[in-house]
Design a protein around this ligand. Structure first.
Ligand code: PLP
Length: 439
């Protein structure tokens, strides 16, 4: 008997007891190759000696000092590092414990920013379908993940949501990429006009959609256009990089490649790499400036925790010292090539996509038309259980298309992944795909 309320009560969870590098071991001695870093979390693998040492040493020096009374060195150092990476003069950083809190913080920042500018009626947050920004009330309210919204049974706010940038299923066959981008970004403009720009506070999106769609990057030009529309209508742009940021796709921020900088960016998962619960909300100089004259009214007990921030600093040190951003780009390309080679022609594989070490395989009942599975709504859970059986950790998800289940598998291995891990992964994945979809 257990007293734990599990995520899936009927599932029998293995008992994890230790971990090192890319492997987690359970109490029976079985090893699991962690090729998704849990949910794109363990960016440096498990038990990295530098991070462990930084945590131990900070814990002995200063375990906790409430931020109502003190700042602390790790918080100051990490904020400087992230502000430097963001590269906007005057930007500031607010540390929380997870992605939902980071996005909740971003929403509050937007509302208080507009209130301080005398535009307190700007409250509406526009977001996108098939997005996930967290499980707290505000973050789930702006999430377009239909399954999670429904299952929460929460009385969520229903603000406008526009289409995601998902050319695979959204672009017309006759439409060119530029026209597609023009059409779906026009949805943002229409949503703002419908509500009235004087009531719209912000637009939030994931530059590369994570768990909700499976590593779907915005088309070239999309984020630039979003930036222009937000500027035209005096709307702030929040980039949720909780999953796709912290170097996961090569550059530290996923938006960097697109030549458009958000007003606020949120990070979690990879920033603390799973060692301790850490998240960050980074404000551009323009947004931060408002809070020079007026307090940002927010706060949680554990914000800016010295030990979690020390873990974050150590993660940044390892990334920089070992050139892991460059490594992510290079080895990620090799991993992508392997996935294409092994699964590119499988009859149930509809798409293989990714950037850096952020990849996904999308499945379909048959590859030509990309139709989903009508009678198998439980496919993501089947894939998860089959992977665990094979000693592999991958992150499955799905969406509904025309009433059918379209499943995907997300792969987000640590930046220290080696060729041998990738080989083992594709072998085990082949087994999983054959088990679930038939050989
Ligand atoms: N935003 C994105 C893009 C996420 O993927 C997640 C979690 O998966 C969250 C926010 C919420 O983060 P957390 O689970 O740490 O609260």
């Amino acid at each position: 008997m257990t007293s734990v309320l599990y995520r899936v009560p009927r599932m029998s969870y293995p008992m994890a007891v230790s971990a090192e590098g890319l492997y987690i071991r359970d109490d029976s001695g079985k090893h699991y190759l962690d090729m998704s870093g849990g949910a794109a979390v363990s960016a440096l693998g498990h038990a990295h000696p530098d991070v462990l040492e930084a945590i131990r040493s900070q814990l002995s020096a200063l375990d906790f000092a409430h931020t109502s009374f003190f700042t602390n060195r790790p918080q100051e150092q990490l904020a400087n590092r992230l502000a430097q990476r963001f590269g906007d003069p005057g930007s500031r950083v607010y540390f929380t414990s997870g992605g939902s809190e980071a996005n909740e913080t971003a929403l509050k920042l937007c509302w208080q920013f507009w209130a301080a500018r005398g535009q307190a009626e700007k409250k509406v947050i526009v977001s996108r379908e098939h997005s996930y920004h967290g499980n707290t009330f505000g973050a789930l309210s702006v999430s377009g993940n239909a399954a999670r919204r429904k299952a929460s049974a929460a009385p969520l706010l229903d603000w406008p949501r526009i289409s995601p940038c998902y050319a695979l299923r959204g672009k017309g066959t006759e439409e060119c990429a530029e026209d597609y981008v023009q059409r779906i970004t026009a949805e943002l403009e229409s949503a703002i006009n419908q509500v009235g720009a004087e009531r719209v506070a912000a637009f939030i999106c994931e530059p590369i959609v994570g768990a909700s769609l499976g590593a779907v990057a915005a088309e070239p030009g999309y984020l630039k256009r979003i930036r222009e529309i937000c500027d035209r209508y005096d709307v702030l742009w929040i980039a949720d990089e909780v999953m796709c940021g912290s170097g996961r796709t090569g550059p530290y921020f996923a938006f960097e490649r697109e030549g458009a900088r958000p007003d606020i960016v949120t990070l979690a998962k990879g920033i603390g790499a799973g060692y301790l619960p850490l998240a960050a909300t980074i404000l551009s100089g323009r947004v931060a400036q408002i809070f020079d004259g007026t307090a940002f009214v927010h706060g949680h007990t554990y914000i800016g925790h010295p030990v979690t921030c020390a873990a974050g600093v150590a993660v940044q040190d390892v990334i920089d010292r070992d050139n892991l951003l460059e490594r992510t780009t290079n080895i990620g390309a090799e991993f992508g090539a392997m996935l294409h080679e092994r699964f590119g022609t499988h009859r149930n594989v509809y798409d293989i996509r990714g950037r850096g070490l952020f990849w996904a395989i999308e499945f379909a009942a048959e590859r030509e038309r990309g139709e989903g599975f009508r009678d198998r709504p439980g496919l993501p859970q089947e894939m998860l259980e089959s992977a665990l059986k094979a000693g592999l950790i991958v992150y499955p998800g799905s969406i509904q298309v025309d009433g059918a289940c379209v499943p995907h598998l997300l792969l987000a291995p640590p930046m220290i992944v080696e060729n041998s891990h990738m080989q083992e992964c594709v072998d085990k994945l082949r087994q999983l795909v054959d088990d679930v979809f038939g050989a």
